[in-house]
Design a protein around this ligand. Structure first.
Ligand code: GLC
Length: 452
């Protein structure tokens, strides 16, 4: 009897182990959305793969980095001349939208307010806005109308940081930060400031942006730096802010800079900034968007000359798609409100390539495990059409391309840019494609393989 009860106890114990739900150390959730619901909400964005970032504000006038106020420790008074002189007489967002569309960008994100605090929109909570400059109008509204008319999805960047607002307390990244960090130095500088007022201002402005411009597809909040003399989720009241965002725009996609990593759904995507294409490989399997500049600065920087080449830009785009991520490429318009010639050249070359090859980017992701890229090349894959794309980084001068282990796996091959057939033969386990010796006129031509 004793034996039996021991046995049954043991059985009961084992049963309880295997039938109890395994309590994983899951993070708390803010909105209780299921993974399926999230995937559906994000679908258009993951299909799009390519967007345009636009950093535009008063910093276009000094034209020496959007952090100029911080770098040169300028006061509001010293920075005021840029507000007084702001006169974007060439601002024609319809042109921007047409260029973005031609380059194949499916969404755009504009800085409605950057760290300097200047608002391109007509906010009722501040006078520091475009309507009070020579522009005399709500520039965000014109951007929204122009991009929407081109069928481009609308995103707003909004800076959590504000170097102009009187109640934004001075911290380690503020232009008026002390020369040496100490509690007493910060206390002295922040005397009389009431951060709660700023928190309310931020909440109110985000509410305005998500209430007054119709459907907004993306919100890009920037950024948190928690810790001593920094700011994070408690400062911004990030949880409440995110709830409000989701309430006002249920379909919206939000970045990961609210400092809500402790929550299951505190962000929709991660944002590797200005990283190399090698580094992007690490993000495979996550939901991600890399943000990249043409030249190192986000705002217009007249004398910055390290512009990425056409090949480097293409590599970022292809590498993003081939690792299941997005690329948002930044333009910093001039103080007169237009893209400068270097940005136009870069966009034009992208539009030529995308016109011919965008099928290897849109709706694409990484290739199934059992397909290897020929050495030096990169693959993307469209799971819906079962087409595999080989991006020819080093165009073979031999007139052939070996696809290792591809025997029996493909039923047709062609160049993507002109749908011209590429003949092939099987050799051992491989497929050998015959390519013209003369490289097609694209920097990185693409072979399209129809899989069995
Ligand atoms: C950084 C910078 C900022 C830029 C942003 C874009 O956080 O502070 O200037 O807007 O990156 O990702």
């Amino acid at each position: 009897m004793k034996k039996l009860s021991n046995l049954s106890l043991c059985l009961l114990f084992c049963l309880s182990i295997f039938t109890e739900p395994v309590v994983a150390q899951s993070k708390p959730s803010i909105t209780h959305e299921t993974p399926e619901q999230k995937a559906k909400r994000m679908q258009w964005w993951t299909d799009a793969r390519f967007g345009m970032f636009i950093h535009w504000g008063l910093y276009a006038l000094p034209a020496r980095h959007e952090w100029v106020k911080n770098r040169e420790r300028m006061t509001n008074e010293q920075y005021q001349k840029y507000f007084d002189e702001f006169n974007p007489d060439h601002f024609e967002p319809k042109k921007w939208a047409k260029e973005a569309k031609a380059a194949g960008m499916k969404y755009a994100v504009l800085t409605t307010k950057h760290h300097e605090g200047f608002c391109l929109f007509d906010s009722k909570f501040t006078n520091y806005k475009a309507t009070n400059t020579a522009a005399k109008r709500d520039l965000v509204k014109e951007y929204v109308d122009a991009f929407r008319a081109e069928g481009i999805k609308i995103g707003f960047y909004y800076s959590l940081i504000d170097w102009h607002h009187p109640d934004f307390t001075i911290d380690k990244v503020h232009p008026q930060r002390p020369l040496e960090d100490s509690d007493t130095a910060y206390a002295r500088l922040n005397k009389g400031k009431d951060f709660a007022k700023y928190r309310k201002y931020l909440y109110n402005q985000v509410t305005e942006l998500l209430s007054n411009y119709g459907k907004i597809d993306i919100l890009w909040l920037d950024f948190s730096y928690p810790g001593k003399y920094g700011k994070g989720k408690d400062d911004w009241a990030s949880v409440d802010l995110l709830k409000q965002i989701r309430k006002l725009q249920p379909g919206i996609i939000v970045d990961n800079r609210l400092d809500l990593n402790d929550y299951e759904d505190g962000a929709d995507f991660v944002t590797p900034e200005q990283v190399s294409s090698k580094e992007l490989e690490k993000y495979k399997g996550k939901t991600w968007e890399t943000c990249q500049t043409f030249s190192g600065s986000w705002g217009y920087y007249r004398d910055e000359n390290t512009w990425k080449t056409h090949r480097q830009l293409l590599d970022l785009l292809i590498t993003s798609a081939s690792n299941g991520g997005n690329l948002i490429l930044n333009v910093g318009p001039t103080a007169r409100g237009e893209f400068d010639y270097r940005a136009n050249n870069a966009l034009d070359s992208l539009s030529t390539w995308m016109h011919a090859n965008s099928k290897s980017i849109y709706n694409c992701t990484y290739a199934p495990e059992n397909y290897q890229a020929p050495s030096g090349d990169k693959l993307t894959y469209n799971p819906a059409t079962k087409r595999l794309y080989v991006h020819l980084y080093d165009y073979p001068s031999t007139g052939t391309l070996n696809l290792p282990g591809y025997k029996g796996k493909i039923k047709y091959a062609q160049f993507l840019h002109d749908n011209s057939e590429l003949q092939y033969k099987e050799q051992n386990d491989d497929i050998v494609l015959t390519l013209p010796v003369q490289q097609p006129r694209y920097e990185i031509p693409v072979v399209e393989l129809v899989l069995n």
